[in-house]
Design a protein around this ligand. Structure first.
Ligand SMILES: [Zn+2]
Length: 68
């Protein structure tokens, strides 16, 4: 399951949300866990795959592997 990185534009707190791609496409209701603001901005390019190590670009998914 991918982790989506967000930054709160209110208090600058960085946090992450785990969601399936389907949930993400559906629109995540992201709010800052620190101040509760919904003024959050996704940090594009910082998607991490939870099973992976440090990100070097493309997520590694094997067909039928069920990692995503
Ligand atoms: Zn905040």
């Amino acid at each position: 399951m991918p982790t989506y990185q967000y930054r709160c534009t209110n208090c600058e707190h960085d946090f992450a949300l785990k969601a399936t791609v389907a949930e993400y496409d559906d629109g995540l209701d992201a709010t800052c866990p620190k101040c509760g603001s919904d003024e959050v901005k996704r940090r594009i390019g910082d998607i991490m795959i939870s099973s992976g190590s440090s990100g070097d670009g493309a997520p590694r998914c094997t067909p039928g592997g069920g990692c995503c």
